[in-house]
Design a protein. Structure first.
Lengths: 120, 130
């Protein structure tokens, strides 16, 4: 059987979620780029246009899920990269909690922005 | 049954001349990942102008898009995102045990496809920038 080269610890929830979010993000990131760079051009973006998209519940929920999964995937990826570099002990704990707080703050702010478009 | 592979601390970039395709794929995936998470924080910061009113948001976004350097950076962002997506799909398949023997070839395919998609997208991204 082939050797496994992944740097992740297997059989952990974070390892599993990193892959589940990856599968989701492959689709939604491609959709996001296509919608906002090819179907709609960034130079033509207006608050009214963004609000019209965010007023659709399916789009709003997709974007909030996009933000949450991208934040987890990115922050967990940064944490794993730093652990690969040899981060350990107290530094590892400090970095972990800084990333958790930064990630949560990003999601909260992103949801505030999304709701600003809906007028809630 | 899978075996664990103790590669040690391979992040010794001083021996980059010895790196194989798989190692370059790993480095590019990490690099593009760092860029994307950095961009995500910046993206939300810019979009946060929406909380300050409709005109602030519209003027900020359209003002940024009027800058050629922003358009060029967006092409770079596309390159980073497309490679991360394609190499990510490659990694998911490898994690499922599919295509491990040809993982070097699939890395080259990811690179070529990224280049082709980015070059084909340049006219759209720079439309109206000049």
């Amino acid at each position: 059987m082939a050797e496994r080269y992944s740097s992740f610890e297997r059989s952990t929830l974070a390892w599993f979620l990193q892959r589940v979010t990856a599968g989701f993000l492959v689709v939604v990131l491609a959709f996001h780029f296509f919608l906002l760079h090819f179907l709609n051009h960034p130079s033509e973006i207006t608050f009214v246009g963004s609000s019209a998209r965010m007023d659709q519940w399916g789009y709003l929920v997709t974007m909030v899920l996009f933000l949450a999964t991208a934040t987890f995937h990115g922050v967990n990826g940064v944490y794993n990269a730093l652990v690969n570099q040899g981060l350990d002990g107290t530094q590892k704990q400090v970095v972990k909690w800084v990333l958790v707080v930064a990630g949560l703050a990003l999601v909260v702010q992103g949801v505030r922005v999304a709701l600003a478009f809906t007028g809630v | 049954m899978s075996q664990s592979y103790d590669r040690g601390l391979i992040e010794d970039f001083g021996r980059w001349r010895e790196f194989t395709a798989g190692m370059w794929a790993w480095i590019f995936h990490k690099f593009t990942g760092w860029v994307l998470i950095g961009y995500l924080f910046t993206h939300i910061a810019v979009l946060s102008t929406a909380t300050g009113g409709a005109s602030l948001y519209t003027n900020t976004l359209q003002g940024l898009e009027a800058l050629l350097v922003v358009r060029i950076l967006e092409v770079g962002l596309l390159a980073v995102a497309v490679f991360h997506i394609l190499n990510g799909v490659r990694l998911l398949f490898v994690d499922l045990g599919i295509g491990l023997e040809s993982q070097d070839k699939s890395f080259y395919v990811s690179l070529v496809l990224t280049g082709a998609i980015v070059v084909a997208s340049v006219p759209t991204f720079l439309q109206g920038a000049f």
